[in-house]
Design a protein around this ligand. Structure first.
Ligand SMILES: *Cc1c(COP(=O)(O)O)cnc(C)c1O
Length: 400
């Protein structure tokens, strides 16, 4: 059998390559940070400034987190060798769940191995075929997969389009329970979901709301408490999901936080929670330290906000077309697919690490370079990034 299947796979891989969509891993030979070294064909240690990590608060190599993880490993060992409900729950896991609830002002929290798992295991235990999920068209793949695993009737509204959401909510009145599902920040544009209006429509049409805070937690809101802070809706949203893999330390781990009974039922029935291993204790301990850091003072959040504002202002001033952003994601619009790839490559030659995205990752003729700003970027690193963009942008005729 494998001979024919192998041929089929080889053809498939060639098609991906021919379409220019073949993904290659870039090998980093330093800790994750705002300045890293990557191994290239002609240089095993090429230094670049990193503008494409989700390391929004610069915690991926933070010494306090490393120390907390090490100390926990000494105290509580390496792994749990169990799922949570059999014999995989330590005090550290419970403490982290409480800290996440405190951070978001929610009633209870359940940890997962990732936010992909949190979203994958969210809808199916809660809703049945009598119910409805109304989903933003640009939601993350893990929400889409989670919705697919659930028997509820699916409705979709155009990204952030409240007139369309209202139409879908009207159509969904036929169902028993309704939940609106949205990303907090959409990863390709950096826009924040209009949660105030979503919440209003949810009240009007008797629906619940689920927000994925993966790109917004630690980033959005005056003190980085996410979209519920930004819209003054702390404690009002039934379900929030999020990751420890972005602003919250950059390691792994996910969570669902919200109403007590929802979390309780997830502990009884959510399959990634019931059938997948517990987070390693050191990850839970470093997660706890992350939340302690973020509530100790507002230094990192302030620095991220001022770095992002600085970058956007200078880039706009230079003539670049940047999508309106309310996050640390800056989409530098180039529209042309090939240009986005050529310019990203030229920027890498200048020591600036960015990624160009084009169809089908973003809509046709909407190609762009996505820049992700971090609290860890120094002014000098930002300036070098901007200068490289200007040099390369002029060379490609993108700016004058
Ligand atoms: C990154 C991301 C996830 C996945 O998080 P992991 O913890 O890495 O699995 C889920 N949802 C959104 C919106 C994300 O951006």
């Amino acid at each position: 059998m494998y001979t024919t299947f192998q041929k089929h796979l080889q053809e498939e891989l060639q098609q991906i390559e021919a379409a220019g969509l073949y993904k290659r891993e870039r090998v980093i030979v330093t800790p994750q940070s705002s300045g890293i070294a990557v191994a290239t064909t002609d240089n095993p240690h090429a230094e670049v400034i990193n503008f494409c990590a989700n390391n929004y608060l610069g915690l991926a190599d933070n010494q306090e987190l490393i120390d907390a993880a090490k100390a926990c490993m000494d105290r509580r060992g390496y792994g749990m060798a169990s799922v949570r409900f059999i014999c995989g729950t330590q005090d550290t896991h419970k403490q982290l769940e409480q800290a996440i609830s405190d951070f978001f002002g929610t009633e209870d929290t359940i940890l997962y191995a990732s936010c992909f798992d949190a979203n994958g295991g969210l809808f199916e235990p809660l809703l049945g075929q009598e119910d409805a999920i109304i989903s933003d068209a640009l939601n993350h793949a893990s929400i889409i997969d989670g919705v697919r695993l659930c028997k509820a009737v699916r409705y979709r509204y155009a990204n952030g389009d409240m007139a369309d959401l209202e139409k879908q909510l009207q159509a969904a009145q036929a169902q028993r329970y309704r939940i609106i599902a949205t990303d907090g920040v959409f990863s390709m544009d950096g826009n924040v979901c209009p949660l105030d209006k979503i919440y209003e429509l949810a009240q009007k049409y008797d629906a619940m709301v689920m927000v994925d805070e993966s790109h917004s937690a630690g980033v959005v809101g005056e003190t980085g408490h996410g979209v519920t802070e930004r819209y003054n809706l702390r404690g009002k949203i039934e379900i929030l999901t999020g990751t420890l893999g972005k602003a919250f330390g950059g390691s792994v781990g996910g969570f669902t936080t919200g109403k007590k009974e929802i979390i309780d039922l997830l502990r009884q029935r959510s399959r990634p929670y019931l059938f997948s291993n517990s987070l390693p204790p050191m990850i839970a301990a470093a997660g706890l330290k992350t939340l302690e850091l973020l509530t100790r003072n507002n230094e990192l959040q302030d620095r991220l906000h001022s770095n992002t504002a600085y970058f956007v202002e200078k880039m706009k001033g230079a003539g670049f077309d940047i999508k309106p952003t309310e996050s640390a994601i800056c989409a530098v619009m180039l529209y042309d697919a090939k240009l986005s790839q050529d310019m990203a490559a030229a920027l890498q030659q200048e020591g600036i690490y960015v990624t160009g995205f084009y169809y089908p990752v973003v809509p046709k003729d909407q190609a762009r370079i996505r820049v992700q700003v971090s609290a860890a970027h120094t002014r000098e690193q930002l300036d070098r990034g901007i200068a490289a963009f200007i040099k390369v942008g002029k060379a490609f005729g993108v700016i004058k």
